[in-house]
Design a protein around this ligand. Sequence first.
Ligand code: MN
Length: 438
Amino acid sequence: MRLNDTHDPARRSWVESANSPDSDFPIQNLPFGIFRHGAVPPRGGVAIGDKIVDLAACLAAELFTGDAAEAARACVAPTLNPLMSLPPRFASSLRARLSELLRDDGQERDIVEKQADKLLVAMADCTMEMPSAVGSLTDFLCSIHHSRRMANGQLPDAFHYLPISHHARATSLRVGGTPVIRPNGQYKAPDGTIKFGPEPSLDFELEMAICVGRGNKLGEPIPLTETPEHIFGYCLLNDWSARGIQAWESRPLGPVLGKSFMTSLAPWVVTSEALEPFRTAAQEREKGAPALFPHLLDAADQESGNLDVAMTTSLVTPRMREEKAAPAVIIRSNLRDMYWTFPQMVAHHTSNGCNLQTGDLLGSGTVSGAADDARACLAELTVRGTQPVKLPNGETRGWLQDGDEVILRARAERPGHVAIGFGECRGRVEPAIQWPAR
Ligand code: MN
């Protein structure tokens, strides 16, 4: 895919809030999500500034024709799956048309702006739903820094050969904003005894996920060169992790209950097309790393299969909420530090014939970099709780406490282009339930 008029950095919108330099949703972004407004059933919309374009209303106003109309009709649904399942040119046509309708110097500006009350809804008046129905969630381990720090400097034998992953739980995925309840489970206490109770070492993982567009047939791998056709877009993911449960249960089969209590997905899906200006080279392989197998090696992927996206994690404690303090940024990392590209993850995942389905999520794994403040989960940042992170008001955290809220954000920025953001993926920790019930 190449850059087109929708990426033009000079383009501005008559929706004034979209032109603010710190807006996540300028006219160059146009991410998709599922919103609920009033009594109407949830349906697809597109973010612009602090508004949501109601695609059903635009259809009723006969603003779309051809592929753009077909894409918009697919969005009049409680999930984005019908849109995601279409070939990418449909979402692309809709994006081009919306960019034209929303630009401040567009030929149809007057016609559209007159109907703005019907076509746009204020984000503040809406609640966001899960963007897609997710059949399968696969979580990868693509940060070499995270992998080393979590295993005392050792890398798993396969790390340089393939993007390591595990099948995660899709049924407990929830849209950002849904509270996460501290899980109960078995863990090893400091004195070595095994206990069952509220997880003492509750953590998060700052991740990016891709939403699979069109899937592949069982038995038919997706060649690396064709993976862009299957990646609909990108979405922030918080892979909440119960470190005590995870450590006790994971050998030899890997984490299950330590992860499956909940995973949070941000409401806005940023399309692959919107991210085109932020492509960058794949990470250089470490000295002495084995050559890539042919199905994981492609010149274009090596040259531009990676993405330059700055990512942060902020924390709000109950005391900070009381003091009306701003969220404290505790982590700053970048997606480009991943050792494997998302196209390589897709090519690897399907190389055995496994069939991906529309809406499936592939998580990057914790997006940690080399720097100390790029350690993208508490297990890394606080060295498993032993070196608590200090917050501006003097509070410290080794692990998450009840009432703490975690806010993930991401933003693609590059000189010569308008920065685009991913919105937020929020979640507040609620106390564990009493279990077994008395
Ligand atoms: Mn993870």
